[in-house]
Design a protein. Structure first.
Length: 264
């Protein structure tokens, strides 16, 4: 191997390397999302997605708090903590978590049931917990790099808003507020995170580690959809996971079929 092969990539080359990871591995390519955005999901498949995605949404501020607990630079803490505020919101209102629970109510789920996490699939829980541990335990550069799936999120949010509005009766401005807000919140996070990674991944070894962290995060997202497909599209719901009919709002419980008239 030539000496040049051991040198760090240029900033532009490494940026392109990160973008290729998203183009090849981001979960917008997963068949479950194509099914969801194309209006092919049943109401229960949509509900299963909302319930399991809650596990991820609810853990985002927790993984960011774990990250902040290790940061000694006050300026980095000041910048990063807005991510927690975006998801947790204020004491009484706002925030991505509350917006996700509003979506849960719109699809007929009891928000308290969803927030309990009772119906989350084991594979979803394991994947999300692995991400929280990664951010808690790995070097700060790797933890920031793992967040760069946000570079690819605006496209999937835009596709989701368009597809849900087109195909599902529950979709409106209120129920889709989470995705609309992320269109404006995510770019600032992406700009800072990307520049941090490009600035600090200044050796080939660090670039490789940052790229591996981003691959790991795409695997976390992809694994969640694999579990949903296996469980709710193919009908292999694991023990302990949500089953259709559970955790519904009273307004979403189907009326019992009328009894057949007795034969004279």
């Amino acid at each position: 191997m030539k000496l040049a092969d051991h040198r760090a990539q240029s900033r532009a080359e490494f940026h392109e390397r990160l973008r290729r990871i998203g183009a090849e591995r981001y979960h917008d390519r997963h068949p479950f999302h194509k099914r969801l955005h194309g209006g092919k999901c049943t109401p229960d498949e949509v509900r299963a997605w909302v319930i399991n995605r809650w596990q991820y949404q609810s853990r985002i501020p927790m993984k960011d708090a774990a990250f902040l607990s290790r940061v000694e630079d006050p300026q980095l803490r000041r910048i990063w903590r807005s991510r927690i505020e975006d998801h947790d919101g204020g004491v009484d209102q706002g925030g991505g978590i509350r917006r996700w629970l509003a979506l849960a109510g719109a699809v007929g789920l009891d928000p308290d049931y969803v927030a309990s996490g009772v119906g989350v699939m084991p594979a979803t829980r394991f994947a999300v917990d692995a991400y929280v541990r990664f951010v808690r335990d790995m070097p700060l550069l790797d933890a920031v790099a793992a967040s760069l799936t946000e570079m690819f999120a605006p496209k999937i949010h835009a596709e989701r808003i368009e597809g849900l509005l087109k195909h599902y009766d529950f979709a409106d401005d209120a129920s889709l507020a989470y995705f609309r807000n992320r269109l404006s919140e995510a770019p600032k996070d992406v700009e800072f995170g990307l520049n941090y990674v490009l600035d600090h991944a200044d050796t080939l070894e660090r670039q490789d580690a940052a790229a591996a962290a981003l691959v790991f995060k795409t695997d976390v997202l992809w694994a969640q959809l694999d579990a949903l497909w296996h469980g709710y599209v193919e009908g292999n719901i694991p023990p302990g996971a949500w089953r259709p009919g559970e955790g519904l709002l009273a307004s979403a419980i189907p009326e019992p079929a009328p009894e057949a008239a007795p034969v004279p």
